[in-house]
Design a protein around this ligand. Structure first.
Ligand code: SF4
Length: 183
């Protein structure tokens, strides 16, 4: 797909997003995060490794998580192996990326600004994605957080009920290792 087509698809997807239930009723279902991931991917890849991060929501951590919480950095994973966040932390360290586990969407926004993160992979459920689209300016050059823009890549939760949330960890691994677009 040419850059112009990709841009048009991206703009149309966000323009029609408020009408998606109507469109779905006539069989036009689209995955907004997949379209945004594909559009932003090249820009994401251009960001230096040191400015990239994976920021996971705390709903993915193990029920008996051993991590401490830091007001500055969120949940400090010690890779106790009760969940897969630890292996993602190790993968990020190998790639020279940063890794965080955040307790809330607002914490994530402040973290990105405070830490000067230029591009981030995050995970969110459909409800959080919709809330983010409504509350955060999304531009052709990234998501605007006050004076800062960040290039996002998003993984939709494969399962969520606020207690037993989960993502496709292999998709996340591939996104970190070789830049395959998210689902
Ligand atoms: S691997 Fe990390 S995030 Fe997961 S339960 Fe252990 S310390 Fe917590």
């Amino acid at each position: 797909m040419t850059r112009d087509c990709s841009r048009l698809k991206f703009v149309s997807a966000f323009f029609f997003f408020p009408m998606r239930s109507l469109l779905e009723r006539i069989g036009l279902r689209y995955d907004i995060s997949a379209i945004a991931n594909a559009y932003y991917r090249e820009a994401f890849d251009r960001v230096p490794a040191a400015d990239k991060a994976v920021i996971l929501p705390h709903c993915l951590i193990g029920a008996k998580c051993k991590a401490r919480f830091s007001k500055e950095d969120g949940v400090l994973c010690v890779n106790c192996k009760q969940c897969r966040c630890g292996e993602v932390r190790v993968l990020c360290e190998e790639k020279g990326w940063r890794f965080y586990i955040s307790p809330s969407a607002n914490f994530t926004k402040r973290l990105v600004r405070r830490k000067g993160i230029g591009a981030a992979i995050g995970a969110a459920c459909d409800w959080e994605i919709e809330r983010g689209i409504r509350s955060t300016p999304i531009t052709l050059r990234g998501v605007r957080l006050k004076e800062k823009k960040v290039i996002p890549q998003v993984i939709r939760m494969a399962r969520y009920d606020c207690l037993n949330n989960d993502i496709d960890w292999e998709v996340l691994r591939r996104m970190i290792l070789n830049g395959a677009p998210g689902p």
